[in-house]
Design a protein around this ligand. Sequence first.
Ligand SMILES: *Cc1c(COP(=O)(O)O)cnc(C)c1O
Length: 397
Amino acid sequence: MSGDALMTTYQRLPIAFTHGEGVWLWDSDGNRYLDALCGLAVTGLGHAHPAVATALSEQSRRLLHTSNLYRVAAQEQLGARLCELTGQEKVFFCNSGAEANEAALKLARLHGHQKGIATPTVVVMEQAFHGRTMATLTATGNAKVQAGFEPLLEGFLRAPYADSAALQALTADREDIVAVFVEPVQGEGGIVIPDPAYLGELRALCDARGWLLMTDEIQSGMGRSGRWLAAEHSGVRADVVTLAKGLANGVPIGACLARGKAATLMHPGHHGSTFGGNPLACSAALAVLNTIEREGLLDNAARMGDLLAARLRDRIAHLAGVREIRALGLLIGVELERPCGTLVEEALARRLLLNVTQGNTVRLLPPLIIEEREALQIADTVAELISEFLGDAQHAA
Ligand SMILES: *Cc1c(COP(=O)(O)O)cnc(C)c1O
């Protein structure tokens, strides 16, 4: 096996998985791993879920693709279901998170031009992550994502995250703002969970000024927080919502949902995608929605997240070197005081998949189907890894 033909876009770990089942993955040497990462918040139903497999095999025997020149039954069904579940009114389907965000940013600009604003500007946050296309990397609040790709796009204003007063001050005399684009929980930013009042304050500000409130729920949505959308924890309904990652359990799909005036901004010719909303991806997503409902996975995500976080707090919150343990459902971050990237390989040696983001935050994104035993096993292994890491660091100091 050689990756020589692949562009050097990724720093890959020297491991390949051959198959999976539920929360478990097997590598090519037959070792079994507990998956507390879900391919970055994607496989919420775990691996090889029979409902998704059946939907895919049945659909693939009937029809994979016809294009958006025609009606697509599965797309219409999925659109209606998603609107019902999220309180939105219209959907545009695409194939990834970044594309869903591109659609949202195009909506914001259409909204601005409709109001006669020639240079519409979208407020975006520090430490935000919105994707790797030109518009979404511009919206992303991370210099490493942007470096080398200048010139960035115009039409963005950066504000501190989780601080509505700062946002208000920054925009007080600006007439060109058209939207606020925000993650309800910052995922790549380190599982940063704002005060529950924050989104409501942004909602009020957007209402007062005629801006769209646009939430990127690509990581936090689809049940991962214990609700369909993380914004529900604040009782807030956005004007535009983007979804991807967990939506079809690994089949590429993205969705940009909108309501109110944002729902009717797009007209034929404004936007499109060849693959977007094709029968295969939509069938998989419908199976995911059905399974989350049938198996009560929102409740499970909330309960298992609480359990896992409580166990982690019991075991390591008191340790010097642990700055904070943050959790909302199965979005879980353990921030340490020093960089801890080596923990990824330490965990791999213990047959556990996790991720470190922002250099010093262990990020756990286990599947929504996780059971008590496995949640506790993740917590105990992570607690041991961090205790040892901090112990070693203390000895070295
Ligand atoms: C992963 C992610 C994206 C980008 O999704 P892609 O499918 O990789 O383009 C955008 N926003 C958030 C919050 C994400 O977590």
